[in-house]
Design a binder for this molecule. Sequence first.
Ligand code: SAM
Length: 223
Amino acid sequence: MSSLYVVATPIGNLKDITLRALETLEEVGFIICEDTRITSRLLKHYDIRKELVSFNARTEEKKIDYVLNRIRYGETAALVSDAGTPCISDPGVRLVNSARKNEINVVGIPGANASILALSIAGLPTDSFVFEGFLPQKKGRQKKLKELAQEPRTIVLYESVYRIKKLLSELNEYMPDRKIAVARELTKKFEECYTGTPLDLSERIGDNLKGEFVVIISTVREK
Ligand code: SAM
């Protein structure tokens, strides 16, 4: 049956990929990916040779018909992103949505996701959490932070190296008493995860920052 497989790939350590994901990447007709260079590296590591169709937030709309037509005519395809689970702060949602509207079989192959991994090692409450991904970079950022300060559940944010320092100082302004965790470079050589107040963590992390970050803000009851 022609299908679209949504396949999670590693978030750093190339060994973090399931046997089923590798089997799927080996068996599909073609792979839809963000950056062909990044996906090629993964495929080369596992000795998989496959046609790659590049697909990102800018080209998503244009490529949907092309990809779905090929699947409709009997091919199978895998959607991957540069890292982790596709469609989670990554492109693909419109493709999956259109596939479903066109009654194409969509199959998920689970695997790495930075937010769930960070929650699992932070030791902060996980019974109820809200995933906010990246905060707006400029317009709407302060409004969002004010809203989040009222959010009673644990909050999960993604942040880039360019704004992590700024985010910690904003959290110190908007929610200075909430315990937070900063998980950096998960599954990679310089992996670390610290917990404390926003002020503790800005001091601890300092200016010498590199890599990718997940920030977890604990529920209001955790001190
Ligand atoms: N789809 C991915 C997932 O399943 O987690 C997320 C992609 S999003 C474009 C990239 C962001 O995820 C990074 O800026 C960072 O916030 C977080 N991230 C991805 N890999 C990470 C890692 N190894 N360590 C910490 N955070 C990571």
